[in-house]
Design a protein around this ligand. Sequence first.
Ligand code: ASP
Length: 240
Amino acid sequence: MDGKTKQAGAVAGVKHIRNPINLARLVMTQSVHVMLGGSGAEEFALEQGMPLISNRYFDTDKRYNSLLKAKKKLKALSDKSVTTKDYQANYRQLPPNYKMGTVGAVAVDKFGNVAAATSTGGMTAKRYGRIGDSPVIGAGTWADNGSCAVSATGHGEYFIRYNVAADICARVQYQGKSVQQASEEVIFGPMFKAGGTGGVIVVDPQGNVALTFNTKGMYRGWRVQGQPTQVEIFAAASQK
Ligand code: ASP
């Protein structure tokens, strides 16, 4: 999403696109739509000269093992449960570290233009066809020069229901909150109390940055031009 023009593009349910954000950008600039899904999105990619790649390109041992581990855990939960064999109920109980793996970026240029992008494989062992928050403009991704840019990671269903990215920016815009305060209110607010785990990276047109999460850690890095890149994984002791 481009915070200057408020144009946005997204793709969901694609299986053969090497760099989905590039395709999302083409949806934004070369179509009249905001979101394309599944085979229609891939047909659009071909029309735009973007090659489809084998789905095997995305296979990694690490992720395959995460899937096996998650399935094993789901089976154990289902065997243990006398009240429910229900996949949904058991899936809800899977600890967050079984499920996450999103990559996001927010940026601001010297003119105060902000932008955000988010890419994900979704949550491990999710239902076939499930779409999370990452491509949902307002939930997992948002940018507006009048407030800030946000990219989110976490349990997407909660981020959609609490409209997390847009809510943070609305607090900045209408309540004059800092990105730090606004993101803490949302990430540790009613969504967290309802069971929603995850975090956000946020930047405003002045270059203020917030990296806020309610989990033990969130891989994150940030850089101001001319200064060294900073990288962190876990929460500061004061945040735990
Ligand atoms: N937010 C992503 C989703 O729900 C998962 C993640 O952040 O890893 O699909």
